[in-house]
Write a protein that binds this ligand. Structure first.
Ligand code: HEM
Length: 285
């Protein structure tokens, strides 16, 4: 019997070496992954063929930021409950995720100014500076700032999430509280600090880390925690530097689409140390 060209072939069911082809509605893969939604979020603004990879790389990085925030929130909660191994597992996952995040610079790391200019105007005033998920990462690292909520006033859900993150202890606050509960002399004013403000380095906290590192067998799990945090700090610093170099290649010293001085502003941001005393304490061990 011949099949008319408009009739789809009957699904090959019953063969045990074939995956299922026949689903009543959308596929179970689609129901879980929402690939149809994800792969139709690329609304290009120029005719330049290079814009697609710029947009998708940015979207991929937003997804990694989301995963990393999830890990650091898991780690913070676990530390609050004195479950150090659970926190360590989340932090270790996050270092692999940060590596994947950093590798995703590759397709756009070497744009020439002419290549970037081909779609730059189409970005208007859009800038990664307005990324709320990146801001949540910075808040979790202790770099709090109420003014960073201002760009998000028009987006209630995002604004509410950021406002909550601003008031909550950062990952580093939870670490220092744990050290205090373990009997280490973390100053009370550090424990009671205003959580909505940027964490400022403390010499006495530096002394606590130096003491821990000098005698690693006394508090093995806390030194391991310090090293896991140092891995995180190093990889965040690498992201900032890779961003800085990609920006310098693509636009030299021009001002940013977000209105900053561009590379000069990013250089200042990249100089900031994440978990500062974990770096400075090393000089005293
Ligand atoms: C080669 C491509 C890129 C260039 C030339 C570039 C340029 C810039 C510039 C000049 C700034 C400073 C703010 C401004 O005035 O706009 C900035 C900030 C930022 N960009 Fe990019 N960017 C690029 C790619 C990306 C990508 C793919 C992401 C991923 C989401 C991203 C995320 C960010 C973030 C989070 C900030 C704020 C950093 C902070 O607050 O310290 N950028 N970018």
């Amino acid at each position: 019997m011949s099949t008319s060209p408009t009739t789809p072939p009957a699904p090959e069911t019953g063969s045990d070496d074939m995956p299922n082809l026949d689903f009543a509605g959308t596929t179970p893969y689609e129901d879980y992954v929402q690939a149809d939604v994800l792969t139709h979020l690329q609304h290009l603004r120029s005719d330049d063929p290079g814009e697609m990879v710029f947009l998708v790389t940015t979207q991929v990085m937003e997804l990694w930021f989301t995963v990393i925030v999830h890990e650091w929130e898991t780690a913070s909660r676990a530390l609050r409950e004195d479950r150090v191994p659970v926190a360590m597992a989340a932090l270790r996952r996050s270092t692999h995720e940060l590596e994947a995040l950093n590798h995703s610079w590759s397709p756009i790391a070497r744009l020439t100014p002419a290549q970037f200019n081909a779609y730059r105007a189409a970005l208007g005033e859009g800038s990664g500076f307005q990324s709320a998920m990146y801001r949540r990462m910075e808040f979790l690292l202790g770099d709090k700032s109420a003014s960073m909520l201002v760009p998000h006033r028009g987006a209630p859900r995002v604004h509410a999430e950021l406002e909550k993150a601003l008031a909550e202890p950062s990952l580093y606050d939870e670490v220092l509280r744990l050290l205090a509960r373990r009997g280490l002399p973390v100053p009370q004013e550090v424990i009671d600090r205003d959580l909505t403000q940027r964490y400022e380095p403390s010499q006495r906290v530096e002394e606590v880390w130096a003491e821990l590192y000098a005698d690693p067998d006394r508090h093995r799990d806390l030194v391991d925690l310090g090293e896991a945090l140092t891995d995180v700090a190093e990889l965040v610093w690498r992201w900032r530097n890779d961003h800085l170099v990609a920006t310098r290649r693509a636009m030299g010293a021009k001002t940013g689409t977000g209105g900053s001085a561009g590379v000069a502003w990013l250089e200042k941001r990249a100089r900031k140390n994440v978990f500062p005393e974990l770096w400075t304490a090393r000089s005293h061990v």
